[in-house]
Write a protein that binds this ligand. Structure first.
Ligand code: SAH
Length: 320
């Protein structure tokens, strides 16, 4: 696949660049390099910086490598999962001055029928962003018990009819293709809702995809590792497209800004504890895309951008 076929408009590109203009000179880490859209904007805007691009999807790494070739040795690329950010980054001389996460799937992933991400095509039940991983959508759909499935579809998919969908899936097993799954989900959603609420399979597909790729646990792990990597004055930026993702980002950034890792238990003690903020939150409310951007790029619609800046000092709880 060439860079040209792997197109993806960077969401809130202007806002992302503006937030990374003031950081010191050093290494920027794009944890979700995708098609290299944000990475190219950043390399152009910050000619004094280098960039490490990470993606768990081999096609994305290949596409970004091709697209960013003109930046020569200012760019390094690695395939991997940002939940293990420290291991991927390794030991470096350069200061890390920016970390960007643009969560979720890319348009090229959704548009490739064989990947099984989309309810619009027929494909095997796969949905893995990293094809080296063992857990697939087929396993989730055919092996998880009804309670587990219902819980995932309700939480990750915010699907009102999660229990009915889970029950229908269990009754229809074994399922092997995305279109079989679409038919089962559709049959479980009441006809009145089917007519009004968008594609009936959208929420359940999203929920299964998030489970297959462990998206929420990876996000929490990646954030925890990133705050230890970024140097003073460096910034962490996250673009989230789902309320559960955004909540994890908001809570992490608040905790770092408040006390650098104080537990709820400690917070209740009547003793004035010294505060050790390790970041300054730059976005008390998340930034949202402009109406113009949403018109040009529907994927931007649900985007929420949050950012914080690393202060001097070490996090209170060093990680093992
Ligand atoms: N910002 C990119 C698009 C990113 S789309 C651009 O402008 O072109 C999101 C990308 O993140 C996808 O390619 C997906 O494979 C990758 N991704 C999602 N979760 C990941 C994770 N935990 N670790 C590494 N990459 C991840």
């Amino acid at each position: 696949m060439t860079g040209d076929q792997f197109q993806h408009l960077p969401v809130m590109g202007r806002e992302v660049v503006e937030l990374l203009l003031p950081v010191p000179c050093g290494l920027l880490i794009d944890c979700t390099v995708g098609a290299g859209g944000h990475a190219a904007l950043l390399l152009d805007a910050r000619p004094d910086c280098t960039l490490l691009g990470i993606d768990r999807d081999a096609d994305a790494v290949a596409a970004a490598t091709a697209r960013l070739r003109r930046f020569g040795d200012r760019v390094e690329m690695v395939q991997g999962e940002f939940g293990r950010l420290r291991a991927l980054v390794g030991e470096r001389e350069e200061a890390i001055v920016g970390v960007l996460m643009d969560l979720g799937v890319s348009s090229p992933q959704l548009d490739r029928p064989d990947r099984g991400f989309s309810y619009r095509f027929d494909a095997p039940l796969d949905m893995r962003m990293d094809a080296r991983q063992r857990l697939t959508a087929a396993h989730v759909v055919n092996e998880y018990d009804e309670d587990e499935l219902a819980a995932i579809i309700a939480a990750n998919g915010e699907e009102r009819f999660a229990r009915r969908v889970a029950r229908a899936i269990v009754a229809a097993r074994p399922l092997s293709s995305t279109q079989e799954l679409v038919a089962v989900i559709t049959s479980a959603i009441p006809a009145a809702t089917r007519r009004s609420g968008g594609h009936p399979a959208r929420r359940t597909f999203q929920a299964i995809r998030m489970e297959v790729n462990r998206e929420l646990p990876n996000l929490a792990d990646g954030l925890d590792e990133s705050v230890h990597l970024v140097g003073p004055g460096g910034r962490i930026l996250v673009l989230a497209y789902h309320s559960l993702e955004d909540r994890i980002v908001k809570e992490r950034m608040r905790a770092w800004a408040d006390e650098g890792g104080q537990s709820h238990e400690e917070a209740r003690l009547p003793i004035a504890r010294e505060r050790h903020p390790i970041v300054r939150v730059l976005s008390r409310r998340p930034l949202r895309p402009s109406a113009d951007e949403v018109r040009d790029n529907p994927r931007a619609e649900s985007a929420r951008l949050r950012a914080c800046e690393r202060l001097e000092g070490e996090p209170a709880q060093e990680m093992a």
